[in-house]
Design a protein around this ligand. Sequence first.
Ligand SMILES: CCCCCCCCCC(=O)SCCNC(=O)CCNC(=O)[C@H](O)C(C)(C)COP(=O)(O)OP(=O)(O)OC[C@H]1O[C@@H](n2cnc3c(N)ncnc32)[C@H](O)[C@@H]1OP(=O)(O)O
Length: 168
Amino acid sequence: MKYTIKSKQNNSKMCLVCGTDNNLSLKARFYETENDEVVALFTPRDHHQSYPDRLHGGMASAILDEIIGRAIMSRYEDTVWGVTAELTLRYKKPVPLNQELKVVGRITSERGAIFEGSGEIILPDGQVAVSATGKYLKMAIDKISSKEFADNEWFLVDDETPVDEVEV
Ligand SMILES: CCCCCCCCCC(=O)SCCNC(=O)CCNC(=O)[C@H](O)C(C)(C)COP(=O)(O)OP(=O)(O)OC[C@H]1O[C@@H](n2cnc3c(N)ncnc32)[C@H](O)[C@@H]1OP(=O)(O)O
């Protein structure tokens, strides 16, 4: 299924998943789709492995955590951020290194200050490698981080080739 991209989300400076200045980061790029999901594109590298040629389960968890956490931002234009309270993973297939992969995430419920979401890492052949469900608390960024983060460490990175649609 092809989805039109509505907008690209910001990257950060030092995050392990989206940090542009962190050499160990997955350097994932996140896009909001027309159907109210967030899709990430990322290429895991050798330094993200557990067993040779296989992405570390903790890194798979990290990107799934982030994509669900980011899904709330698309509903509130960055005024609400997600803080993870619970995350449950199901590892179904090994995730390969050094090829571009997709991750999809969405909100499944909202109740007051709590929201729940789900996400999947999708292999190039379309199979789901890892799925996750999570429970998060909604917070304002000034309750999570410093003004320095919001002002200087959270920014839009333009793609060399803009992504207009994504097939999931
Ligand atoms: C740069 C990148 C930007 C984008 C990234 C986005 C995604 C990234 C997300 C993360 O990785 S966040 C980092 C990992 N998570 C943490 O560091 C959270 C650490 N834990 C906490 O800060 C607090 O425990 C937490 C904010 C989760 C809860 O705070 P409180 O203890 O003030 O909550 P409170 O006791 O008031 O409970 C509020 C509700 O949440 C529920 N709750 C609290 N902690 C829970 C928990 N751990 N598990 C399940 N439910 C929980 C609690 O039962 C209650 O439900 P009800 O309203 O129904 O009664």
